[in-house]
Design a protein around this ligand. Structure first.
Ligand SMILES: [Zn+2]
Length: 78
């Protein structure tokens, strides 16, 4: 838990090559990756390339129906 160090100053040099996916400098929040995206890419490789982003949400059917209904209501005649 000694992540925050007041004398960290010049210890900022990356000791490792960085992100194993794209090679960029790794981010402290996502190391050894540079971003959540590369983290997902790596995870996807582990899972065989077939994976979904956890942030992806499927719309509720009711919302879709309501949206379609509202759209039809306001749609001009064709
Ligand atoms: Zn990366």
């Amino acid at each position: 838990m000694g992540d925050v160090h007041p004398f960290r100053g010049k210890a900022d040099k990356p000791a490792k090559p960085g992100c194993p996916i794209c090679g960029k400098r790794s981010d402290t929040d996502h190391r050894p990756f540079c971003s959540a995206r590369c983290k997902q890419v790596d995870l996807g490789r582990w899972l065989g390339g077939d994976y979904r982003l956890p942030t992806e949400e499927v719309a509720e059917p009711e919302e879709v129906i309501a949206a379609l209904g509202a759209g039809e209501d306001q749609a001009p005649d064709r």
